[in-house]
Design a protein around this ligand. Structure first.
Ligand code: ACK
Length: 366
């Protein structure tokens, strides 16, 4: 009898220990439940303990809105609710997966009206679409930097559901460059690249990995200031017409993505640095398509064999060298965004450093 008692006691002990261990340490579902109950400050700390880059002292860490049980709670924590009577929609400027993108004006109490872009969620959506649509606002609302697109607020309490952001007069960087082919000085182009690098440094300091950095996802204002946009983790890739399915089932914009992210989904600030090198190439070639008409499969194989994009015509040697640095196979060897910003700052302070062009150097060797 005693033996039976002690056996059942041990069994209970074992079951209790197993359940506690499973729930607290192992099960992602339980972890998700626990996270969803945490405050945003606790979420921040946990984000970092679970392998994200450490935040810099005084820099706020990014909180993944998916750790909220109720996504609406995340939106309201990070985005202001706007009274729709303060918004005046003027015209449609584009189409997104979720609905139209419009330009318009936003009346800010006590201030003059400001120009805004308004993304709308078209009627007939299902809950998942609403959540995915608003995820971008929950992410953008956490950032405050001159090279990151600024969120003004959201409309969630009336229809249509809207995301309101600052208006960028020159639209997306890729089409902007294509329509202004050859029209900027080297310093102007480096200034644009410096802005993008500065925005990316801010994101990586916050522990946010973009995963879809490309000229099409950068917006340009009337002062040529470039701002990083298109946030939303996996949704960004679902949305991106450049994203293609890989053999492992992920949807990835192959031409912009680092090899380790393509082959085993190792996304990090170092894979963002690879994409940054591709953006540099897009900028210096005025919006040319990376790897031209090569197929995605050929791009993957060529990169694996060590091929890298050549310098665009008229590209300063120093900038092509920086691109090649961003495209190191070994991700730890790629530059950090902080290094990129300081390097570009030095070039801007010393414009003669841009005078040596790749074709001049190549010409000399013949
Ligand atoms: O290249 P575009 O003119 O710039 O066309 C696309 C279109 O909307 C669909 O995304 C433009 N767009 C997106 N966000 C903004 C913004 N904040 N300000 C101005 N235009 C924007 C984008």
């Amino acid at each position: 009898m005693d033996k039976v008692n002690s056996f059942s006691c041990s069994m209970w002990f074992f079951i209790t220990v197993f359940l506690v261990t499973e729930c607290v340490i192992v099960s992602p579902r339980c972890q998700w439940y626990i996270k969803s109950k945490m405050s945003s400050e606790e979420k921040r700390r946990t984000n970092y303990q679970s392998g994200h880059a450490l935040p810099f002292p005084g820099v706020k860490a990014y909180v993944d809105p998916d750790t909220y049980e109720d996504p609406t709670q995340a939106v309201h924590e990070f985005a202001k609710e706007i009274d729709p009577t303060r918004i005046r929609i003027e015209r449609v400027i584009g189409a997104g997966e979720f609905g139209e993108v419009c330009s318009g004006r936003l009346r800010i109490p006590g201030k003059r009206e400001i120009a805004v872009a308004i993304k709308t969620l078209k009627g007939g959506y299902v809950e998942r679409q609403r959540r995915d649509f608003l995820r971008e606002a929950s992410i953008m609302g956490q950032f405050d930097h001159p090279n990151i697109i600024r969120l003004e607020g959201v409309v969630t309490k009336s229809r249509p559901v809207m995301i309101v952001v600052e208006y960028m007069e020159n639209g997306s960087l890729d089409s902007f460059l294509r329509t202004h082919d050859g029209q900027f000085t080297g310093i102007q182009l480096v200034g644009m690249l410096r802005g993008i690098a500065s925005g990316m440094k801010y994101l990586s300091d916050m522990g946010y990995v973009h995963r879809d950095l490309a000229a099409r996802n950068i917006l340009v204002n009337s002062n040529l200031v470039c701002k990083v946009s298109d946030f939303g983790l996996s949704r960004v890739l679902e949305d991106d017409p450049e994203a293609a399915y890989t053999t492992t089932g992920g949807k990835i914009p192959i031409r912009w993505t680092a090899p380790e992210a393509i082959s085993y989904r190792k996304f990090s600030s170092a894979s963002d640095a690879w994409s940054y090198g591709i953006v540099m190439w897009e900028v210096m070639s005025y919006g040319e398509r990376p790897y031209w008409e090569m197929s995605n499969q050929d791009v993957i194989l060529s990169i694996e064999e060590g091929y890298r994009l050549p310098a665009p015509m008229g590209c300063p040697v120093v900038l092509h060298q920086l691109m090649l640095h961003c495209w190191q196979k070994e991700r730890s060897q790629r530059p950090k965004f902080t290094d990129v910003v300081s390097f570009l700052d030095k070039l801007i302070r010393n414009p003669s450093s841009l005078l040596a062009l790749v074709e001049d150097i190549q010409g000399e060797s013949f």
